[in-house]
Design a binder for this molecule. Structure first.
Ligand SMILES: [Zn+2]
Length: 359
């Protein structure tokens, strides 16, 4: 999947960009405003005026915008916002380098506004009426359901079905604790499982450069290492250099911990492969059987798992095992089948000999 292939649901919150720009522009143009009544006397866009004067938000929204215009680094926040939202995917991939050094004080001054927009305003029809009047109003919970239909499994681990609302939630890929200004940026919102999103795994961890779970295809950039002796599963980056997007993804999402104790799935995949290979051998009745049939059979399974990534849980792991099997196990299984074939042909010869002698 790449950005162009993302379904339109992923961009549902794109409209919030104009609102954030209106607010940040106002805040940097009106530094030091402290009195509520001065807000209305100042110049701002018609849309922002409508929002600020909506009875329901007047008190809170006005308090938050006052906090923004009294933030010493508001110009910097504005620049970060623009740069991160315009170049988000290039920044994540490392193509564009941006240092982030907002002070703790700045973060504490701006975060309440961005939290409020994410936690409250997104679910308020008034914001949609003013800034996105032609679109259907979609509450956060409905959007989570829509996203989970588009990408049915957790895009971080590939292990949990996203259809169950109790096991999925919305994650801010670059965390709000450091990047509060990305609270409603569509590219930064990922519908993920509550285990990956929880304290044990991702929590507030982040790194740049890093793979984006919807855009980069984790399966194209990482591979599984299987150890049959201790039944362990490790994930490693395809490119092994330090601080690569792959290395950071594995680290931030604690993929090696996430894939602990999943050997049953690996064993199950192997059993199915062996069963298929034996069926194939029997179908060819030996004579027409060729070792390449084993590889073709496993490659066919691999293609199926690949097409199921994002749709069926564990597809990434199963596909990884098919790759491993072709590399390490196929030769053994081919040797076994070849010796079976030889034995079979010997038996046929012996039988023919017997019939010939009896005649
Ligand atoms: Zn997950």
């Amino acid at each position: 999947m790449n950005q162009a292939m993302l379904s339109k649901e992923f961009k549902t919150y794109e409209f919030t960009h104009s609102f954030i720009i209106d607010v940040l522009t106002w805040a940097k143009d009106n530094p030091g405003t402290t009195i509520y009544t001065d807000i209305n006397k100042s110049t701002m866009t018609i849309n922002l005026k409508k929002m600020i004067n909506t009875n329901r938000f007047r008190g809170k929204l006005q308090a938050y915008v006052l906090s923004l215009c009294n933030c010493n680094e508001i110009e910097l926040v504005y620049e970060y916002y623009l740069s991160f939202t315009h170049n988000y995917f290039k920044i994540l991939s490392g193509q564009i380098k941006v240092s982030i050094n907002l002070t703790k004080k700045t973060i504490s001054e701006i975060k309440p506004f961005f939290d409020y927009v994410y936690n409250n305003l997104l679910d308020c029809k008034s914001l949609w009426d003013v800034y996105n009047s032609n679109a259907k109003f979609v509450k956060r919970n409905e959007l989570r359901k829509l996203l989970s239909k588009s990408y049915k499994v957790c895009p971080y681990c590939d292990l949990v079905d996203m259809n169950d609302p109790t096991s999925s939630n919305m994650d801010h890929f670059l965390p709000l604790s450091e990047f509060p200004f990305l609270s409603v940026f569509w590219g930064n919102i990922v519908c993920a499982c509550s285990i990956c999103n929880g304290h044990q795994i991702k929590n507030n961890n982040w790194a740049i450069p890093i793979l984006h779970p919807y855009i980069n295809g984790i399966h194209n950039n990482t591979r599984f290492i299987f150890n049959k002796t201790d039944k362990s599963i490790q994930i490693e980056p395809i490119h092994l250099y330090d601080n690569s997007p792959e290395v950071n993804f594995i680290k931030v999402l604690k993929q090696n911990i996430r894939y602990n104790n999943l050997w049953d799935y690996v064993q199950n995949e192997e059993n199915e492969i062996v069963e298929e290979v034996c069926e194939l051998y029997n179908a060819y009745k030996g004579d027409n059987w060729k070792p390449i049939h084993v590889i073709r059979s496993v490659e066919f399974r691999r293609r199926e798992h690949l097409s199921n990534i994002g749709k069926i849980t564990h597809s990434r792991l199963r596909m990884g095992y098919c790759d491993y099997f072709v590399l390490k196990e196929a030769e053994l299984s081919m040797k076994f089948l070849e010796s079976e074939n030889k034995k079979r042909q010997m038996r046929i010869k012996e039988r023919q000999q017997l019939i010939f002698e009896e005649c």
